[in-house]
Design a protein around this ligand. Structure first.
Ligand SMILES: Cc1cc2nc3c(=O)[nH]c(=O)nc-3n(C[C@H](O)[C@H](O)[C@H](O)COP(=O)(O)OP(=O)(O)OC[C@H]3O[C@@H](n4cnc5c(N)ncnc54)[C@H](O)[C@@H]3O)c2cc1C
Length: 291
């Protein structure tokens, strides 16, 4: 199928994009990897597209002492290949390399994925796990920053107002002594994960567990963040029994069945992947400390 007719606008600055968005009640076009298929299937028919791709200064990846900040035109593939971002925060690459196929990652943007807020998408979960934020601009209200906790409102629904342009996302560096990991199961390479889990584990100076958290995709309306610290705090890194942590996750997830997997199977995957990813993140913390 073909999209319904729409007007096309090509701004060259963020302010221009924001005023076009407000005037047309259209949609921002970033990588088009989600929006164009939806329009082609006539599941959305925006009156206008405001193409962000000719706005300069939005493709940068800035690695500071505290965070990795990416612009709205940073492609998933740019983030995946950025060595400074990987060195500062390996979880970014570990998760983004599970997003679709290389061709889609070369065009799709990470900020676009955050705004799209698919509960099966990896990078919203990473933003949640790291406590990041998204910076947005509108003509009516200027600039504001939205914390990850408030950003993901429901399936395919973020806290962005219709007249707001997301200009960047900020992923804070994980704390000293931490390790991270991402694991997921998909039916085929490049598919959305049936379940995916990211973990962030922090060791104290005695190599005991100081904190641990996981964030799961495809088991709720938004990424599901679970702090499992209470189940492991103080345990030696090589003697942690993750069973209680897995039980905490089991108590809060609400997976649904669909043509790809039953709800029970998603629950089973959540349990297995949670334990594995916590073990892997702990190993990562130990390895990073030794390096
Ligand atoms: C076959 C296939 C498989 C995929 N598999 C995965 C997967 O496994 N995991 C995954 O996470 N994603 C997957 N995707 C989606 C992909 O990651 C997209 O890149 C992403 O969802 C959206 O990014 P985009 O830049 O393409 O956004 P677009 O498609 O251009 O836009 C998506 C939505 O976000 C809005 N938007 C985008 N950028 C902005 C902005 N800066 N400000 C305001 N609004 C904005 C648009 O208006 C639109 O509503 C897949 C896509 C395809 C086609």
């Amino acid at each position: 199928m073909k999209p319904a007719p729409f007007a096309y606008h090509r701004p060259s600055t963020v302010d221009e994009a924001a005023s076009m968005l407000a005037a047309t009640e259209g949609k921002i076009l970033a990588g088009g990897q989600s929006l164009i298929p939806i329009m082609s299937m006539r599941l959305a028919a925006p009156a206008a597209l405001v193409d962000l791709n000719h706005v300069t200064g939005l493709a940068d990846i800035d690695v500071s002492d505290t965070a990795v900040r990416i612009g709205a035109l940073t492609r998933h593939g740019d983030l995946e290949r950025n060595v400074a971002a990987y060195d500062a925060n390996p979880l970014l690459r570990r998760a983004v390399q599970h997003v679709a196929h290389a061709t889609i990652r070369n065009r799709g943007t990470t900020v676009g994925s955050l705004v799209h807020a698919d509960p099966a998408a990896e990078m919203p979960a990473v933003l949640r796990l790291l406590g990041g934020s998204v910076e947005v601009v509108s003509t009516a209200r200027g600039r504001r920053s939205i914390d990850a906790e408030a950003f993901f409102v429901g399936p395919l629904e973020s806290a962005l107002e219709p007249d707001e342009v997301a200009v960047s996302a900020c992923f804070p560096h994980p704390p000293a002594g931490s390790g991270s990991a991402w694991l997921e199961i998909a039916r085929r390479h490049g598919d959305y994960g049936l379940v995916g889990v990211g973990a962030l584990v922090v060791l104290d100076s005695n190599s005991s567990l100081a904190s641990a958290a996981v964030c799961l995709i495809s088991v709720g309306a938004t990424p599901v963040l679970v702090d499992v610290t209470a189940a492991c705090r103080g345990a030696a890194y090589d003697a942690v029994d993750w069973e209680d942590g897995v039980a905490l996750v089991d108590a809060v997830i609400d997976p649904e069945g669909d043509i790809h997997a039953t709800a029970d199977y998603r629950r089973h995957l959540s349990r297995v992947l949670t334990e594995r990813v916590l073990v892997r993140a702990t190993d990562d913390a130990v390895a990073r400390r030794a390096a």
